[in-house]
Structures are given as C-alpha cells and as structure tokens.
Write a protein that binds this ligand. Structure first.
Ligand SMILES: Nc1ncnc2c1ncn2[C@@H]1O[C@H](COP(=O)(O)OP(=O)(O)OP(=O)(O)O)[C@@H](O)[C@H]1O
Length: 723
C-alpha cells in the first residue's frame, strides 16, 4: 500500500488551515445573527472542549509517531544485522572446518603452546577467518578468550601482527603472558624504554629483519594517531609484505555511539585505504547493533564476518539493591552484604571516584564481625596510587591475601582471576556496556557469582555532569539506559541487558538468576503517576525563579500519595522521558545540576499521558544480607555491624608501600590509557591536559536520619578514573 508521509511542518500547516476555515465559518454564522444567546455560549464551550481534545489527540499521536520512528529504526538495524548473521550462519560450517592448509598447525599450537584442551564457541571460526585474510568482528563476553583468536594466528603467519589496544596495563599483562609462552611480543608506548623503542623501529623498518622473531606488536591508538613516524614505519612494514594483520582490541571505541568512544580510534579509518591487503580483526565484549554498523563503516570493512557469542553468562546472578541516602548507612549496607554473603570470598567493589574507593576500603577494613576481628581484608586500587602500590594490592588479591578490592574502573580490563565471587557496584556505572563489562569480571570459573548494584538517587547526579561532558555526546543517553535498568523492578535483569544488546531472549534464559525472577510478583506494583508528574512539573513552573537541585526538589515536594523513594524514582523517570531535564551550571570549580521542566513538560497534562513506574513498598525493601534466593528482598534490612568510630583510619594493606598519592598530575581519562607521544606531545587532548583543574561532585551530607542536604564538594581531576 502506498503511503504518503506528511512531515510535522506540513501537518502544522494543515491543522492551521482547518482551524482558519472553521473560525471563518464560525465568524460568518455569528455575523448573521444579531444577538448572542446562551445556546451560542454552550456551543462555544463545546467547541473549545472539542478543540482541546483534538489538540491532545494530535500531541498524543505525534508522540506515538516519534516512538514508532525510533522503534522502526531499531528494527531496521536489527533486521540488517540478523540478515548478515543468517548469512554467516550458512557460512559457519565453512569456518568450522578442520581441513584448511593451516588446520594441523592450529591444533598443534593450541595444545602444545597454549595448553588449551579445546576451542570455545567462535574461537576456531574466528581463527580460520583470520587466517583466510578476511575481515572479521568478534563479540565475545569478557573473559571469553578473544586474545587467543589473534595470538594463535600470529604465530602461524609470517610477519608482524599489529594490535591496537587502549590500555597499557592490559598490554603489559598480555606481553608478559606471551613471553612466558616463548612468543616474541612487544609493546610500544610511553613506558617503553628508549633503546627498545629504537630497536622496534628498526625491526619495523626491516633493518633487523633477519634477526627479528617479533610476532606481535601492541600499539596504543594514541601512538598511531599522533605519531607520523609510526605510520611511516607501518607503511614500510606493508611495502615489505611483513604486515600480517591488524587487530583492533576494544573495537567499540571506534564508534561514538559506543560507551567508550575514543577519538584517536577514528584514525584507524585510514588503514583499509592505506593497507588494503591487510585484514582487520575487531574484538569487543560489548557492542550494540548500531555500534557494530558504525564500526564497519568507519573501518571500511562492510563485508566483514561477524561472530557474536551469546552474551548471557548463566552463572552470574544480577541484582539491584537500594542504597541508603545516608552515607553511614550506605557503608553499613555494603559491609553487611559482604560479611553475610561473601565472607572471605574474592570480590571487587567498584566506586565512583578515587576518594570513594579509599573511603569504602577504610570502612571495610575497620568493620569486623567479632570484637577482635580485623575487619574485611580489603585493598584499594585506583589510578592515583603509584605503580608499586597497585601491583602490590593486585598481587595480594590474586593470592587471596586481600579478599576485596575497592577500585575505580582503572582496575579492570585484563583481570583474569577465575574465582571472583562477587562484583559490587557501590554506585551505578556510566552505561549498560560498562556495567556489563565490569560485572562480567565475576565468575570466570563458571561457578555461581553475584553482580550487585547499589543504587540511589543522589549518585545519578554525581555522574550526570560527567556524562553530560562526555566527548561522544551520548553520555547522558548511556547514563539514562543505566538508570532505566536500575528503576525497572518488574522485568528480568538479564532480559533488560539482552534487549539493550539486541539479543534474542527466551523467557527461561534467566533460570532464576536475577533478583526480579526470584521474588514474588506481588512485591512490586505498577502505577500510572501522571497526576503526580503533573504536580512536579507545575511546582517547577510555579517556582521558576527558584533553582532546584534534584535533592532539594525532593525535599520541597509534598506529594501525599507517594513516599520519598518513589518521588525520587518518579523524578528520574521524568528526566529519562524528558518531562523534566537537567540543567548544568559549570563554574571554574564545580558543576551544579538543577532540575527544570523538560521539552515534553507540556504533555504531562494530557489526558492520555501515562507515566508508569514500578512502586516499591518501603516495608518490602530488599535484604542484602542473604544469599538465599527465596529470602532475598523480603526482609527489612537491619544493621548488625558494630558501630565504628568516626575518625577515618589509615588504609591498610595497600598504602603500606606509599600512602601518598603520586605527585604528578594524573590523566583524567585513567592512567591506564596512553595519551603520550614523543612525536607530538603538544597535540595532546586539551581536556586531558587541564592542569589539575578542580571538578565537582556532589556529596550528600546527612543532616538527620531522614533528611540530607546537597553540598557541592570539590574533588581533584585525579579522583576521576572513569571518563
Ligand atoms: N578455549 C579455551 N579453553 C580454556 N581457556 C581458555 C580458552 N580460550 C581462552 N582461555 C583462557 O581464558 C582466559 C581469558 O581469555 P582472554 O584474556 O583472551 O579473554 P578476553 O575475551 O580477551 O577477556 P577481556 O574482554 O577481559 O579482555 C585466559 O586465561 C585464557 O587463557
């Protein structure tokens, strides 16, 4: 059926025309009678009512149209990917074959060099595609075994495999592991000694071709983007036919739709043009369909073969716990959770800032179960600590001398501890991708492990200014997806993650491995809060001369039908749905976030407006004290933690090497990233070079058990490891 698409503008004109005609008709009818009667008044009123109904209907339809357009695009993207996957499925058998010319070598190296008994799903296929010199993207959960897919082919192929990887710490681990296997691998970054740098340059030049056994060279994206010398050397490598292939680790960083967009990755777009015969293998643990499409376009590999391993880690139990607004109580909840559910087990607690990581670590260390107890054996890890400190705590954790690492996201990629029984997010992540990747560090040994997110209203507005400043421009959208995950109390957590990554989801895929699927459905009630939403919008409109931070707004609102936590949840939902919006005010020292009516505020009064939120009854607050799935969330939490003294003790275990922070300014985008380049130092990202400018986070300072005020507090650039 043909369909005429009328744009909104055209619609407006059409509406206006109709209204004018109706008005003219009304006018002429009125002129014909000399006096107006009460019947005229009635009719006028009726018309006015009808017009306003039509207006409402129009706005409802416009919103519906917008929603449909968004969904239409999502489905188009998905169908495009599915189509490609189906084509790939037909080809899967081809890539599973073991009669390629290299197949016997592959088998030999797998067993004799890597000591791996069998391949995991998509490993053999990816290796075969790679060795066939075809472009490929592999999406495999963290810990799935992506590295093998390029390391093994690198040994078989003549020449040097170039690996672009963003994290120096991860690269160092990889190089160390490969050297232990007698594989010549090196890395070129700012911490590479000068002599080694020169030697590597000579090898790339071909000067030491005969002597060199170099198989894998790791480069950072910054090195490639900013060093003309490196590009010249790669050109030489290509011309002498020794450029085996290009591996792009964390390939989602190429796309600005991704959660970790890094502008320097965009530079990789010239590779296919510059080195057309070199195949590209992109690796990532997390990427939505949109991101993959974008990556293919940017890297110029439209016909690449795509392998997507199932994202569902069946042994991970996902849950969200509501964290107290009061700082001390929030700490106690965390301590209780670890003591009662994960006593002496290995885990990670991810924190928002370096200071948070240190504070949480102190709290854990000083809380013992018994009077003579030394507390939880916790260590701290963040980019502000010196290398030896970080190494020490990491090693102690690996040996189980330290049970819990309290860290910023500087502690992450490349961590390969199999028995991590829990990953707790003490504050929400900046995106679902980040959350999935960070929590995925639990349970690599396939035993049941827990991914717990402690969520509270105030944390959102600590993250929001940074999300707003995100270079990709998608920071807030990503954050809102994360908030939606936390606010949703009725849909399976895994299903929400699956939906986010455009995965096909069967209702029994979760197998009771999330808090939602293990609790009675009566725990939550759904409610249309459009009336309360209208009250909030009206309140802001009436008091437009005042500025309201989110916490201040909650304090000022009095909605008899709702308790505080539900008002907070409603405000978040209204921000996500654009009935409200955040208004950021940047000063040289801090960023303040206010709440104001959003672009859709006027629709909140529509008769058909529906703002449905999941309501939690306060008496049904979930318990963080039990691992028993049936008991979970039924009990009201009671703190059994001994009262701790108020003084902040010194960190133990970690800072015994140097309790001072590093004196040099740390790079905000995590020290783990290599942003330096000797060729082009002055071109370093301006933002990254900002000399220890003060940034702001909001700290909640409890004024009483039930109320809190928000005070902008300043934390150093080096506090933030997570942008
Ligand atoms: N087929 C296999 N069988 C058993 N172990 C394997 C297999 N493939 C890889 N591994 C091991 O799994 C662990 C994780 O592998 P790897 O570091 O490559 O994961 P990854 O997918 O790159 O994870 P991340 O996203 O965290 O970097 C390593 O210890 C590796 O030796």
């Amino acid at each position: 059926m043909d369909c005429i698409v009328v744009s909104d503008d055209e619609n407006d004109e059409f509406d206006d025309l109709e209204l004018i005609t109706a008005a003219e008709q009304f006018d002429s009818e009125n002129k014909s009678s000399s006096k107006h009667t009460s019947a005229d008044d009635d009719e006028l009123l009726a018309i006015e009512v009808e017009i306003s109904q039509i207006d409402e209907e129009i706005s409802r339809l416009r919103r519906k149209r917008l929603q449909l357009i968004v969904r239409q695009q999502q489905l188009k993207d998905k169908i495009k990917l599915d189509h490609r996957s189906t084509t790939d499925t037909n080809l899967v058998e081809q890539w599973q074959r073991t009669d390629f010319p290299w197949s016997s070598k592959v088998e030999h190296i797998r067993t004799n060099i890597f000591n791996i008994p069998s391949f995991r799903q998509w490993q053999l296929e990816t290796i075969n595609v790679t060795l066939s010199n075809r472009d490929c993207i592999l999406i495999m959960p963290t810990g799935g075994g992506k590295s093998l897919c390029y390391q093994l082919p690198a040994i078989i192929t003549d020449g040097i495999t170039i690996v672009v990887s963003p994290l120096i710490s991860l690269v160092e681990d990889q190089v160390y592991a490969l050297k232990k296997l007698n594989i010549d691998a090196r890395s070129l970054n700012t911490s590479t000694p000068r002599e080694e740098q020169t030697e590597i340059m000579h090898i790339l030049d071909g000067q030491k071709k005969i002597d060199s056994t170099l198989k894998i060279l790791y480069l950072t994206p910054e090195k490639i983007a900013k060093s003309k010398t490196i590009m010249a050397k790669l050109q030489k490598l290509y011309e002498t036919q020794r450029f085996a292939r290009l591996i792009v680790d964390e390939v989602h960083c190429v796309s600005q739709f991704g959660h970790d967009f890094r502008p320097d990755y965009k530079y990789l777009s010239i590779f296919k043009r510059q080195f057309p015969n070199v195949s590209i293998l992109g690796l990532t643990a997390t990427a939505t369909t949109k991101v993959i499409n974008d990556v293919q376009q940017i890297l110029n590999i439209p016909k690449c073969i795509l392998f997507r391993a199932p994202f569902n880690r069946k042994n991970l139990f996902y849950e969200v716990i509501h964290k107290s607004d009061v700082g001390k109580d929030a700490f106690n909840e965390l301590v209780n959770c670890i003591q009662h559910r994960f006593d002496k087990q290995s885990g990670i607690v991810y924190c928002l800032s370096q200071k948070d990581a240190e504070d949480v670590c102190c709290e854990l260390q000083r809380h013992g179960m018994y009077e003579d107890d030394v507390g939880i054996k916790a260590g701290c890890y963040h980019a502000g600590l010196s290398g030896p400190s970080r190494t020490q705590v990491h090693e102690r954790w690996i040996k189980n001398q330290v049970h819990v690492i309290c860290a910023t996201i500087a502690f992450g990629m490349g961590i390969d501890k199999p028995d991590v029984r829990f990953v707790i997010h003490h504050s929400l992540s900046k995106s679902i991708e980040n959350f999935y990747q960070e929590s995925g560090r639990a349970g690599r040994d396939d035993k049941e492990s827990h991914c717990i997110l402690f969520f509270r209203f105030g944390d959102v507005f600590r993250l929001a200014p940074m999300a707003f400043s995100d270079k990709s421009g998608n920071g807030l959208t990503n954050l809102y997806s994360m908030i939606s995950y936390c606010l949703n109390e009725s849909e399976c957590r895994r299903k929400l993650i699956a939906k986010y990554f455009d995965e096909v989801w069967q209702s029994n895929d979760c197998n009771h491995m999330c808090d939602i699927c293990t609790r009675p459905s009566t725990y939550i009630s759904k409610r249309n809060c459009s009336q309360e939403a209208a009250m909030i919008v009206e309140y802001l409109e009436k008091n437009s001369k005042q500025r309201f931070t989110p916490l201040k707004l909650v304090e000022h609102l009095s909605i008899p039908t709702m308790i505080k936590i539900d008002i907070q949840r409603l405000i978040l939902q209204l921000i996500i749905d654009q009935y409200l919006k955040e208004d950021f005010h940047f000063t040289p020292y801090n960023t303040v976030c206010y709440v104001v009516p959003g672009p859709k505020a006027k629709y909140v009064h529509d008769e058909h407006c529906e703002i449905v939120i999941d309501m939690i009854e306060s008496t049904k607050k979930r318990s963080s004290n039990t691992n028993n799935k049936d008991e979970k969330q039924i009990l009201k939490r009671t703190s059994t933690t001994p009262k701790a003294p108020d003084v902040r003790p010194k960190l133990r275990w970690v800072t015994n090497i140097d309790s001072t922070r590093k004196s040099e300014p740390s790079k905000k985008r995590a020290l783990t990233y290599d942003d330096d380049d000797d060729d082009d130092n002055d071109k370093k990202d301006q933002f990254e070079n900002t000399p220890l400018s003060k940034r702001t986070s909001f700290s909640i300072s409890p004024t009483s058990e039930t109320t809190q005020s928000i005070q902008p507090s300043v934390i150093d650039d080096e506090e933030l490891d997570f942008l």
